[in-house]
Design a protein around this ligand. Sequence first.
Ligand code: GLU
Length: 444
Amino acid sequence: MSDNNVKVRFAPSPTGMMHVGNARTALITWLFARSQQGKFLLRIDDTDLERSKKEYEDAILESLTWLGIDWDDFARQRGRLDRYDACIEKLKSEGRIYACYETADELALKRKVQLNRGMPPIYDRAALNLTDEEKQKFEAEGRTPHWRFKLEHTPIQWNDHVRGEVSFKGEDLSDPVVIREDGSPLYHLCSVIDDVDYGITHIIRGEDHVSNTATHIQMFEALGAKVPDFAHLPLLSDGEGGKLSKRLGSLSIVDIRDDDGLEAMAVVSLMSRLGTSDPIEAFTSVQPLIDSFSFSKFGRGTPKFDPNELLRLNKKILHETNFADVKDRICIADMDEEFWNTIRPNLNKLSDANEWWHVINGPVTPVIDDAAFIESAAALLPTSPWDETTWKSWTDAIKTETGRKGKELFMPLRQALTGMEHGPELAFLLPLIGADRALKRLKK
Ligand code: GLU
């Protein structure tokens, strides 16, 4: 069932490179929007002035575009500071936001004392009891306040699209800090104000935000707004079940594209299906993923991200990709459809195509250490036409003649034919090199 009133947002902080974990949240949010004919807002959460960087924002936009994720609306939090101020003033006047003067060290000490007494480290609201004189005294000492949102001590509940019924008690949570000492607003309240103003109907994000959500729900209510739906996705773990966050730096989308040279659809295929009851398959188009999307398929277990799975999908996708769809990304102009169709079943990555091209067409500098062996191999070359069985019949004949086998047999042939110790499988390569070039290389 689709609901074209759906409006979702993906809200990255431009404080680092976009990695597979962020990409997954973006993709699932986008798939949901598209499956509902809803709208997708890209919101840049850049209230952290020190850590937010334009280059990260650019990389986020580039990564999303590469993955095929488009947006209907765009917002940047830094452009909305006046709007946040207006809401903040209102909440201050209503007593929902209050000034606190504790230093970071004083707060750390309070937490330590609470923990030592076996109590949860919840802010004790001491600031609520400060008199005007005490506040003035602090300010005269040069202290500037940070501000907290006052939670109601009532039950907070929601029906999460992934986690089912979730409940918190207001009294079990610390009043969240919403304005820093320097007067700048923090993510929490800004995010809620944006979600209200942009008419967000569903908030989809990682489960590290579950307790934030409890406090956000009270902020929606304090702003007199309708509370949206929520879906909290389990965070990815690495292959061994450890936290992926430690390795995320090496799993940026830009690196996957540029350094690993993988296909966007490999990432999209894996990230759309990981952690769902649907099978992980290689998709060359996103439509089937949109059509099959449903939150009911998401489990609560921690999905494991395995880079080998990404490679497996990449390979499958390339094997199904038509020449027309890659020709603009191929850097050797002479590669044609015939070449592509011949080598395509042997590709792991698109860049392998270059390797195949060079090995087939040359120039190759043959490496020949044992000239006598190569000479007898050359004499045994089968007559044309060659196909994928030629390599086996040729090497069988050499084996019988010279008694060599295994690496001793194959490596000198590879080095003579390709000039390299590694490379694509010779069984496929040999017919493409062809009898003329092969003979020339062996006789060098
Ligand atoms: N900027 C926040 C983050 O990247 C957004 C979380 C949210 O979706 O509200 O964690």
